[in-house]
Design a protein around this ligand. Structure first.
Ligand SMILES: C[S@@+](CC[C@H](N)C(=O)[O-])C[C@H]1O[C@@H](n2cnc3c(N)ncnc32)[C@H](O)[C@@H]1O
Length: 304
């Protein structure tokens, strides 16, 4: 074979490989393959405060960059799932190259059928309708599980944090920009709770009725027979913190409640009045409520 013909042959072969790779790298399943820019990957993992104790699951892992970065830069472990065998092979190869193959795995698995219970952090770059389809499954995970997504949000479940990054090389979605979203799975607080709190030398019953829309909570408290509207507050994982002015004697006294939501109790402290010492506070669940799956604005309308 002459040098010219051999070179021509090599060019044709290279082109064939390139096009095969391009086809294989389009991804498989419910969304095509587009990688998250590295700067956005780093920000997602920073926002989710990923560390060595974390187990990260990337849903639709592409070339593996999110889970690999979580292991390489943040010391985490984890796995990615994808349906594209070419991308899975590439991800495993990239993990080896990055020296983290012992801490990350990549499985050929449908993300909608993946067991997420091991995750402390879930990441994704999926279409909005896929995020919404995943939402009930994510909300059923252990409270405090962190979720970071690129470019697309979770509909009515507003993010706890979000950032816009300028990424000049990005040509898809909103070109030149990456949107990074972060949520914490909230504990279920919706329902009726009761506590006995020592006030002025006697036990006073406080009855709480919490109305919850994802991490946003509103409702009422009935203290010593008087009803008070609770200001809107957030549940952060299993942590709850809110303040309310309760009528006592001739005036109103500020109560600051802080606690952790358990299965059927909230345990923490209440500080009654400025400069006072916190008292132990336990609320017992009387009647379990349901989390509203509607946006905050609609919820506020419904609550009034
Ligand atoms: C937009 S890419 C994101 C890749 C990677 N997470 C990143 O951010 O760089 C989406 C990936 O999801 C995969 N995918 C699509 N539908 C899927 C499904 N039902 N189960 C598993 N993977 C899926 C595609 O093959 C593709 O690699």
């Amino acid at each position: 074979m002459s040098v010219r013909i051999r070179m021509l042959f090599m060019v044709v072969l290279a082109a064939a490989f390139a096009s095969a790779a391009a086809v294989a790298q389009e991804g498989r399943g419910d969304v095509i393959y587009v990688p998250t820019p590295q700067v956005a990957v780093d920000e997602m993992l920073r926002m989710a405060r990923v560390g060595p104790k974390d187990f990260v699951i990337d849903l639709g892992s592409g070339d593996g960059r999110i889970v690999i970065t979580a292991a390489q830069k943040f010391g985490a472990r984890g796995f990615g799932v994808d349906l594209d065998t070419y991308l899975l092979k590439m991800a495993r190869e990239n993990a080896k190259q990055a020296g983290v193959a012992d801490r990350v795995q990549f499985y050929e698995r449908n993300l909608f059928e993946t067991d997420l219970s091991q995750a402390t952090v879930i990441t994704s770059y999926l279409l909005p309708e896929m995020n919404e389809r995943l939402r009930p499954k994510i909300l059923a995970l252990k409270p405090g599980t962190r979720v970071a997504a690129h470019d697309y949000d979770m509909g009515e479940w507003y993010p706890d944090e979000q950032k816009t990054l300028i990424v000049p090389e990005k040509t898809v979605g909103d070109p030149g920009k990456s949107y990074v979203f972060f949520w914490i799975v909230p504990a279920l607080i919706a329902g009726e709770w009761e506590s006995l709190i020592p006030v002025g030398g006697r036990g006073v019953i406080y009855e709480f009725d919490f109305d919850q829309s994802f991490q946003k909570v509103s409702g009422d408290v009935r203290a010593d027979g008087k009803d008070v509207r609770l200001p809107l507050f957030n549940v952060r994982g299993d942590e709850v913190r809110f303040e309310v002015d309760v009528p006592q004697g001739a005036g109103m006294v500020k109560h600051r409640f802080e606690g952790r939501i358990k299965q059927d109790a909230i345990e923490g402290t209440v500080t009654i009045g400025a400069g006072q010492k916190p008292l132990k506070w336990t609320a017992r669940l009387k009647k379990r409520g349901e989390m509203r799956m509607t946006a905050l604005d609609a919820t506020l309308g419904a609550l009034r």
